[in-house]
Design a protein around this ligand. Structure first.
Ligand code: ADP
Ligand code: MG
Length: 240
């Protein structure tokens, strides 16, 4: 579904991603962990074309998205992304947040878009919040709207960048529950998170990123209980 071939990313002279190669299979849930500044967000942003790469190639569903600007709008549609800070359109209602992309990008009618929006609001447990504005919602509710908005574009892959780390603790569970449902339905997902319970339960594979390199990868059990690399062990000892 996603094929990352030997990508390197520089910001100025700073090499932030170093020859990363990763294959992500359809329906796979890949969890990325690693210290702050290790390149996790940059890696996700490269996978949906928000950042360009300096070297290497990324293919999404056979389409090369690197060095090929013409396909970027298609890629943004096919690769959904959910950010740490929910990034909802504050001046639009919940319903409008979920319909605007469908109308403007997918060229759906308002009726069609609203029908799909209500399906998605049901899915994330917020069918009664359609007329609310984002600022009237809790952080957990806003993040669930952000997930619904991303799903409205019918992406083939969903990327999550620390989706629960800006939330109050009591709201983490409701967002993880929505993500677990998505995984169960077979969505291909790449999730940057330090929620180890989620990673163990839902993750098929865990990648440990440090200083722009994939230092180690394996099943959650292999990484969390039997990490081979000292750097992985050290990192896990700090967060577990
Ligand atoms: P993580 O998400 O793992 O915390 P990031 O991908 O955000 O790491 O950042 C990796 C490195 O790249 C950091 O050193 C960060 O300061 C740097 N960086 C990220 N974005 C930019 C940018 N737009 N311009 C310059 N440096 C950046
Ligand atoms: Mg980050």
């Amino acid at each position: 579904m996603i094929s990352v071939k030997n990508i390197t990313k520089y910001f100025g002279h700073h090499e932030v991603l170093k020859e990363i190669s990763v294959e992500i299979a359809p329906q796979e849930v890949v969890v990325i962990i690693g210290p702050s500044g290790s390149g996790k967000s940059t890696f996700l942003r490269c996978m949906n074309g928000l950042e360009s790469v300096s070297k290497g190639e990324i293919f999404v569903n056979q389409t090369e998205i690197t060095h090929n600007k013409t396909n970027l709008s298609l890629v943004r549609k096919e690769v959904g992304m959910v950010f740490q800070r929910f990034n909802l359109f504050q001046h639009l209602t919940v319903l409008e947040n979920i319909t605007i992309g469908q109308v403007q990008v997918l060229k759906k009618s308002k009726e069609e878009a609203e029908k799909r929006a209500y399906e998605l609001l049901n899915k994330v447990g917020l069918h009664d919040k359609d007329k609310a504005c984002p600022e009237q919602l809790s952080g957990g509710q806003q993040q669930r709207v952000a997930i619904a908005r991303a799903l409205a574009m019918n992406p083939i892959v969903m990327l999550f960048d620390e989706p629960t780390s800006a939330l109050d603790p009591e709201m983490v569970g409701e967002v993880l529950a929505v993500m677990k449902d998505l995984a169960r339905e077979g969505m291909t997902m790449v999730v940057v998170t330090h929620e180890m319970g989620f990673a163990r339960e839902v993750g098929d594979r865990v990648l440990f990123l440090d200083e722009g390199r994939v230092v180690e990868q394996g099943t959650p059990e292999q990484i969390f209980s039997h990490a081979q690399e000292e750097r992985t062990q050290l990192f896990l000892s700090k967060i577990l």
